[in-house]
Design a protein around this ligand. Structure first.
Ligand SMILES: *Cc1c(COP(=O)(O)O)cnc(C)c1O
Length: 250
């Protein structure tokens, strides 16, 4: 398998973009974590990236499975950032995912809690919020998010650490900014409610094209794929829509 010779250079560029955005936003650079969005990326290329960074995010259990053995010996952390079907919960726990960033419904949290009790485990999650009002995107609506969080907070095995969103795809920066501001505002609201078993430190928002705006608006995790690994062969709709769980050849 041919590896991508640009990965290290691309990560350096992203790190510079993060630094610059932090400086402009008057934030410390260590307030923002870079998550490598590794969907469709081969283990060989992920390994190269892991020599510089330590956090990856996958969208599909199938891919986590396929890459697990190749990456297992390399120190890294793994978050789940895709749409999670409840019949895949067992696997999430089996393959050492430390945070599910995409919890967006009570039924999923219920089943997750049950399984965690059964295995005597705990897990961190973020609640995914649909800030762009696009039907095609997953996530709870901002209006319903607080209630969902109050309900999930009752599950003692699940630890809510913050919120995640995918901003609107738009060349208009102000439209994108509105999404991130919505998430930040929601975070502040939730903090003021002082809910037991809920921490709200993390804001996972910003991708290859809009990470500067996200950092300006308070992101603590940015999720970057294309700008590091290059264009993907599959359209993102494949990952972001329902009923798209067939296996990919990596
Ligand atoms: C693919 C993906 C990303 C990364 O997007 P890029 O535009 O390739 O940087 C971020 N978040 C989620 C949820 C993704 O599926």
């Amino acid at each position: 398998m041919k590896t991508n010779p640009l990965i290290i250079e691309n990560i350096n560029k992203i790190q510079h973009r993060i630094q610059k955005a932090c400086t402009e936003a008057n934030r410390e650079v260590n307030e923002v974590r870079l998550l490598l969005a590794t969907k469709t990326v081969s283990p060989e290329n992920i390994k190269i990236a892991l020599s510089k960074e330590k956090l990856i995010g996958e969208n599909k259990i199938q891919e986590i499975k396929e890459k697990f053995d190749s990456l297992n010996s390399i120190t890294h952390q793994k978050h789940f950032i895709g749409h999670l079907q409840s019949n895949k919960i067992k696997d999430i726990l089996k393959y050492n995912v430390t945070c599910i960033q995409s919890v967006d419904r009570l039924s999923l949290a219920e089943k997750l809690q049950k399984r965690l009790v059964h295995e005597d485990k705990h897990i961190d999650i973020l609640v995914q919020v649909n800030t762009s009002d696009e039907k095609s995107k997953f996530g709870i609506s901002p209006e319903l998010a607080i209630n969902l969080i109050k309900e999930i907070a009752l599950f003692d095995r699940i630890h809510i650490k913050g919120l995640m969103t995918i901003g609107v795809f738009s060349s208009n920066d102000e439209e994108v900014r509105k999404c991130f501001q919505k998430l930040k505002l929601l975070q502040q609201k939730i903090i003021s409610e002082n809910i037991r078993n809920v921490q709200m430190h993390e804001l996972s928002m910003g991708m290859s094209g809009d990470l500067e705006i996200a950092i300006k608006e308070g992101a603590t995790i940015i999720r970057v794929g294309t700008a590091i690994f290059g264009k993907r062969a599959y359209p993102d709709s494949y990952y972001w829509n329902e009923n798209s769980d067939t296996s990919l050849k990596i």
